[in-house]
Ligand binder design. Structure first.
Ligand SMILES: [Zn+2]
Ligand SMILES: [Zn+2]
Length: 264
């Protein structure tokens, strides 16, 4: 149905550079303006740091929160690279026991008005082969803090988290063809486009480009966003941002603050 955008990540082929932190090759840039917003604000200028409220369905030990925090730092690094140093996560606020026993098959009846992300126990993840999802079109303050919410299992992979985070991050104005107010699931339409995180396989990490933008690589889809690439739509809605064609940055990732609200 329209309200659910599933993020199946079945055949992701991702080649991740095996380099560690070569900090000598990174330089610190201007500190991102931190917003309390979970979505990049319309009218904003980069760099911007987002604040996400993440709730575990179950009551979990703080070690589980710390483990998920490391995943969100990786997500921040991936967003920072893909946006060429324009968007990152500035803070993650963890909560737990938000809905013990919750299963994603009933996700639309889960109302968590303060949250942007729900992490389910993997044992309760009952919508396989879907490996993660973003629910769009919910009135703010019902399914989540805004009009969208990420659902993932606690064993979600890096590429799944990045795919769902990509859906979530931008507020886009494209319309028609069931397009959501964020990046769409390109894998629902032919032909396959290996140039984008929003398709099924992609390497390296990037969102597709097209038209007059650098490194155009978007394969026109039969349906969905058609000839409009992800970056073209992002820049239409966020004119202060830019795309240089590299999908990477030499600017060091800003720190990701964390807050643990652990139910005893
Ligand atoms: Zn998706
Ligand atoms: Zn794309």
């Amino acid at each position: 149905m329209n309200g659910v955008r599933a993020g199946a990540a079945l055949v992701l082929l991702v080649l991740v550079p095996a380099c560690g932190d070569h900090s000598e090759s990174k330089h610190a840039g201007p500190a991102p303006s931190t917003t309390v917003e979970p979505i990049v604000p319309l009218g904003s200028s980069p760099p911007v740091g987002l604040v996400w409220n993440v709730g575990f369905a179950e009551n979990v030990p703080i070690a589980d929160m710390e483990a998920q925090y490391r995943k969100f730092v990786q997500l921040s690094q991936d967003l920072w690279s893909v946006t060429e140093g324009q968007v990152c996560l500035s803070k993650i606020r963890f909560f737990d026991a938000v809905s013990p026993g919750a299963k994603p098959s009933a996700s639309e009846s889960l109302h968590v008005s303060n949250l942007d992300v729900v992490i389910y126990a993997s044992a309760n993840w009952d919508i396989l082969p879907v490996t993660g999802q973003v629910l769009f079109f919910s009135p703010s303050g019902t399914l989540g803090r805004t009009d969208r919410r990420i659902d993932i299992p606690d064993d979600a992979r890096r590429t799944t988290v990045l795919h769902e985070g990509s859906h979530f991050t931008w507020k886009l104005s494209w319309r028609g063809n069931n397009l959501p107010p964020g990046l769409d699931d390109e894998y629902n339409y032919d032909p396959p486009d290996s140039a984008c995180i929003m398709d099924l396989s992609f390497s390296p990490l990037r969102w597709c480009s097209g038209g007059s933008l650098p490194s155009p690589n978007h394969v026109t889809k039969d349906g969905g966003q058609g000839a409009t690439s992800c970056w073209e739509q992002i820049l239409k809605d966020y004119p202060n941002y830019h795309f240089g064609g590299s999908s990477t940055t030499a600017t060091e990732l800003p720190p990701v603050a964390v807050e643990y609200n652990d139910t005893p």
